[in-house]
Design a protein around this ligand. Structure first.
Ligand SMILES: Cc1cc2nc3c(=O)[nH]c(=O)nc-3n(C[C@H](O)[C@H](O)[C@H](O)COP(=O)(O)O)c2cc1C
Length: 133
């Protein structure tokens, strides 16, 4: 499995991960659940009205963390906004519960992909495994 697919599979498995952004000199973290590989990129989804979106616009560097009971993932990188309607539609198709709140054609739905990403899988049992994409 390619690195990006391995990371997305882990995020799908845990269902909830925690996304940290930078807000001036203050870290901010919140639960997220969206993840999609599309066109060879790993996307997440949010709403442009949210503080998290504004923080990413001001500073695209983020890190997320997820734990499946055995291994944990830290994924650091930069997020790039993508206004391609097809990606937004694919994201909402993968996570249909979002269709209650979002549509590919509203002014709010935002998908972003990871650039310069470093994913590290950790466990107490083995040395860390680092992947980049
Ligand atoms: C399990 C879970 C998954 C979530 N997934 C997302 C998500 O993928 N995208 C999103 O924008 N908000 C998601 N949320 C909601 C955000 O955590 C919430 O809107 C948060 O306040 C956004 O951060 P902010 O207040 O800094 O803007 C999720 C919440 C929960 C409880």
């Amino acid at each position: 499995m390619e690195a990006i697919e391995k990371v997305c599979a882990f995020l799908d498995e845990v269902k909830t991960y925690y996304l940290a952004t930078v807000d001036g000199d203050q870290p901010r973290v919140r639960p997220f659940g969206t993840a999609l590989v599309y066109g060879g990129r790993l996307y997440i989804q949010t709403g442009k009205v949210k503080d998290v979106s504004k923080q990413i616009a001001a500073n695209p560097k983020v890190e997320l963390c997820a734990f499946n009971g055995e291994k944990w993932l830290r994924l650091a990188g930069e997020l790039v906004n993508d206004d391609d309607r097809a990606v937004k539609a694919a994201m909402l198709d993968k996570m249909p519960v979002l269709k209650n709140m979002y549509s590919p054609d509203d002014d709010n739905t935002q998908v972003l992909y990871f650039k310069n990403a470093t994913a590290t899988f950790w466990s107490f049992a083995a040395p860390p495994e680092m992947l980049t994409f």
